[in-house]
Design a binder for this molecule. Structure first.
Ligand code: UT7
Length: 315
C-alpha cells in the first residue's frame, strides 16, 4: 500500500491545425502515405502560444476537475524536452504562474515520450515522503520548434500540446506499480543539447524505433500485469503512447483488447511525446469513459530508448 490515484486531468493544444496536405506542400509526402503509415491526419502547432501557456492551461483544468487548490499541491513535475528555457525549468515557471506553494519540489523531467509515466512514478515517491497529499504531473511539448522541415521522415509525425494530471496520495491506495526502464541507444532518436555542436533538431531512425516499440509495449503490459497479479480483463482501459496507430493496433490485436477499452487520438494530434498519454487521459475523463474506480493501464516508449508501464486508478 501507499500509492497515488488520478483525481483530475486537463489538456491544452494550440489552435492552429496542420493537415497532411499542408505538409505535402513543403516536403515530398502525401496524405495517403502519412495516414496509412502512421494514422495521423492532422496535428496542432504553436503560432502565438508558448510552452508555458500550454502547461498552465492544462494544469488549471486538471486542478479544477480534481477540486484541488494550487495551495494544496505538494510537488510539480513537468515532463518535457522543449521548455522555453532550461533555467528556470518549466515546472518552476508553472509554480510561479499557478501560485503553487514555495516549499515544494518543482522540476522538469526528461525521459522523452516516456516522461509522463516516469513523472507519475517520481511523484508517487515524492508524495510518499511529503506532508502534502496532492501532486501535479504535466507532459508538455512544443516539438514544432525542433523539427527539421526538410526531413519528411520526421517532420510529419509530431505535434504540440500539453496534458496534466492532479494525483492524490493515500496510504490506503495501491501503488501504480510502475515498471520503467531504458535500453540504452544514443543514435536512433536524438535531440542534441547545448554546446554539442550538432544540429538543434530531432533526428530519428523510425524503423528502429518502430521495432523497439513493438517489443517494448507488450513487455510493459506483461510486466505490469505480472506485478499487479491482474489479467487483461481486470483492466478497464488501455492507454498507449500515441506514436503510430500501427504500434497500437499490434498491441490491441496481441492482447485481444476490445474497441471500447482503448483509444486513439493520434489522428488529431500526431505524436506529442510526453504530452500524448495525459492528453488521452483528459479526453477519456471528459467523455466519462474513465471515472472514479476505473483502472487504467498506461504503456509508453521513446527516446533513450526509454520504456514504461503502470496501472493507475482514478480517484
Ligand atoms: O514517440 C517515439 C518516437 N517515434 C516513433 O515511435 C516512431 C516509430 N516509427 C514509425 O512510426 C515509422 O517507422 C515511420 C512512420 C517513422 C516510418 O514508417 P515506415 O513504414 O517504417 O517507413 P520507412 O521508414 O521504412 O520508409 C519507407 C519509405 C522510404 O522510401 P524507400 O526507401 O522505400 O523508397 C522512405 O523514404 O517511405 C519513405 N518515406 C516517406 N514517403 C512519403 C519516409 N517518410 C515519408 C513521408 N512521405 N513522410
Amino acid at each position: 500500500m501507499n500509492g497515488i490515484r488520478i483525481r483530475g486531468t486537463g489538456r491544452c493544444v494550440p489552435e492552429r491545425t496542420v493537415t497532411n496536405s499542408d505538409l505535402a506542400k513543403i516536403v515530398d509526402t502525401s496524405d495517403e502515405w502519412i495516414t496509412t503509415r502512421t494514422g495521423i491526419e492532422r496535428r496542432h502547432h504553436c503560432t502565438g502560444e508558448t510552452h508555458g501557456a500550454l502547461c498552465a492551461a492544462a494544469a488549471r483544468r486538471a486542478l479544477e476537475r480534481a477540486g484541488v487548490g494550487p495551495e494544496e499541491i505538494g510537488g510539480c513535475i513537468v515532463a518535457t524536452v522543449t521548455g522555453e528555457t532550461l533555467v528556470p525549468s518549466a515546472a518552476c515557471a508553472l509554480q510561479k504562474e499557478l501560485g503553487l506553494p514555495e516549499d515544494i519540489p518543482c522540476f522538469d523531467l526528461n525521459a522523452a515520450c516516456t516522461g509522463f509515466l516516469m513523472g507519475l512514478h517520481t511523484m508517487e515517491c515524492l508524495l510518499t515522503a511529503s506532508r502534502r497529499r496532492y501532486g501535479l504531473v504535466v507532459g508538455a511539448e512544443v516539438l514544432s520548434r525542433i523539427l527539421d522541415w526538410t526531413d519528411r521522415s520526421t517532420c510529419i509525425l509530431f505535434g504540440d500540446g500539453a496534458g496534466a494530471a492532479v494525483v492524490e496520495w493515500n496510504e490506503e491506495f495501491d501503488s501504480i506499480s510502475a515498471e520503467l526502464g531504458v535500453r540504452g541507444d544514443d543514435q536512433v532518436l536524438r535531440l542534441p543539447g547545448v554546446e554539442t555542436g550538432g544540429h538543434s533538431y530531432l533526428t530519428m531512425d523510425g524503423k528502429k524505433v518502430f521495432k523497439f516499440a513493438v517489443e517494448a509495449v507488450p513487455e510493459c503490459i506483461d510486466r505490469v500485469l505480472r506485478r499487479t497479479g491482474k489479467a487483461v480483463e481486470d483492466v478497464d482501459f488501455f492507454v498507449f503512447h500515441q506514436a503510430n496507430a500501427r504500434i497500437i493496433d499490434l498491441a490491441v490485436r496481441k492482447y485481444r483488447i476490445p474497441p471500447e477499452k482503448y483509444y486513439k487520438n493520434i489522428q488529431e494530434y500526431g505524436n506529442t511525446s510526453a504530452a500524448s498519454i495525459p492528453i488521452v487521459l483528459s479526453e477519456l475523463q471528459e467523455q466519462g469513459r474513465v471515472r472514479s474506480g476505473s483502472r487504467v493501464l498506461l504503456a509508453g516508449f521513446g527516446g533513450g530508448l526509454t520504456w514504461g508501464g503502470a496501472l493507475v486508478e482514478f480517484a
